[in-house]
Design a protein around this ligand. Sequence first.
Ligand code: COA
Length: 381
Amino acid sequence: MNAQQTTIHKGLEGIIVDRTAIAKVEGAIGRLSYRGIDIKELTAAHSFVDCVWLVLFGSLPSTEQARALDDFLVRSMAPTDSEQRILAALPRSKHPMEILQGLTPLIDRRFADAPALPVESTELAEGLVIAARLAGILAAWQHLRHGESLPVPDRTLGFQANFLLLFSGRRPTVQALATLQVTQILQMEHGFNASTFAARVATSTLAPVQAVLSAAIGTLSGPLHGGADEAALQMALEIGAPANAADYVRQCLAQKRRIMGMGHREYKTVDPRARILKPMAERLCSGSTHETLFKTLVAVEEAVQQAMAQRGRKIHANVEFYKGAVMNALGIPSDFFTSMFAIGRVYGYLAHFLEQRADNRLIRPQAQYVGPDPASAAQPE
Ligand code: COA
């Protein structure tokens, strides 16, 4: 092929590499749905565990099915003794995303019988154990890095309430639990985003589920992807007050630096997840010590939009922009934000693992070679 005529699809923008029935991302109108149900409806009327079932199995669960899944996750979440020993041996400076990515393949994946779950594949059951355990490991890391002992799960509470119990050591308030559920539902699934695509590439090689999840979690950690949540909050704290926002944005754009939490490859209007998270952040922050933080974020969003409009461009807040303010109000430290994203998104990865496996072909694109040509072989005399 003539190199000059080759079209390079940098960043794979606009390239359709497969079909999916899991999430529909409608970038032009700012709508996101899982298995045909709008996230607005899911966050208003359904639990996190309902949505896990929906994303994995295609329809909402019965009360009995939701209870069975919740119970399975609660029974699977506490780190084993050997996992706790591994955690205790690690330097406390390790980022929670390194902990999740590194420990995923090492998790003890044995599972107790779960007859009410339609998990025909052992790997899915193992994947669900990993998903639940990652939440327990994250909570354990929060305690271990402060030299504290680990609380134990309370079998009378659901999975998400148990996560907050394990993380903070206290039974969560109704408001804290509702906030966590909404945030984690919003982060569960998003089509062929970078980390899910990494999961599908790994799945396509027939790598085992633990390798697939580890590859995806590592990909999520980058600041252009999941890592933007931590970066957006750090930025708002650095700016300090709404009055400083416009100057900060001007400097950033002049230096060609990105404003974290703004812009999206798919959404050409407001990210539908930000539409839900912004009023939630406002409610949680107003009248509290976090109010200035929220107002600073609003001022940054406005300043970016104005600056971009002057360049004839539109740019909107994405899911990461206000999520940090919500997490912060929940008492989650900022270096845990992306790992919170990971323990919500892991169910989306599992759904893609199943979908890819059901109709698999090795994912193997090409690159245009632009290096030096090989030295021509010596001609025989
Ligand atoms: N701050 C400043 N400029 C931005 C920007 C941001 N957050 N997002 C996009 N732009 C600008 C780019 O500088 C680029 O300008 P140029 O054409 O003059 O070089 C243009 O918009 C297109 O950017 P590009 O990176 O090609 O778009 P993309 O579709 O590949 O990028 C993101 C999407 C998400 C990577 C990008 O918007 C970004 O870096 N955002 C910040 C990180 C973030 O929030 N990530 C979480 C996503 S959910």
